[in-house]
Design a protein around this ligand. Structure first.
Ligand SMILES: [Zn+2]
Length: 166
């Protein structure tokens, strides 16, 4: 396929068990980056068979890049390791809904299949949910949210609290 011609009609439907397995992996990585001092967020790039191709985490605090959210780090890694700009054959899995910056970047990369745990935080700035970004996207985007939502929200709350106590 020519660069720029992104196929937006892929639709991946992972089983509930697979979705939960992947979100639990994101939760593990989120705990690891939280232990290093970052916000507890992680993202996985997954192929149509459910295999994890790349993983990354939020590194805003330990680095110096305020845009170093898990999804943005993942996109840089994809560019460096996969050498492609069209990620439409992959799904994005994370322990929380993407912020508007990341949702926009992922959609620009052709990602149309999202699986996430916790919903967007009400305190997010700017307060634009992933669903609102998707509603402005002129092609179908498949979002499977609230996978283990209570567990993910609880973990984020707990680890964020620990971080503030440090
Ligand atoms: Zn983000």
């Amino acid at each position: 396929m020519e660069p720029g011609n992104i196929c937006y009609d892929t639709h991946m439907d992972f089983s509930k068990e697979k979705q939960e397995e992947l979100v639990r992996r994101a939760m593990e990585l989120a705990a690891q980056t939280a232990a290093a001092g970052n916000r507890p967020f992680a993202a996985l790039l997954v192929d149509a068979d459910g295999a994890v191709i790349l993983e990354d985490v939020n590194t805003v605090t330990t680095g110096t890049n305020v845009a170093a959210h898990a999804e943005i780090n993942l996109l840089f890694q994809a560019a460096q390791k996969l050498h492609i700009r069209d990620l439409s054959s992959y799904a994005l899995v994370s322990n929380a809904a993407s912020c508007p910056m990341c949702a926009t970047a992922l959609i620009k990369a052709g990602v149309t299949n999202f699986y996430y745990g916790a919903p967007n935080e009400a305190t997010m700035v700017p307060s634009i949910t992933m669903e609102e970004v998707i509603a402005k996207t002129p092609h179908p985007v498949n979002v499977h949210g609230n996978v283990l939502a209570n567990e993910c929200s609880g973990q984020i709350k707990q680890l964020s609290g620990l971080r503030q106590a440090l």
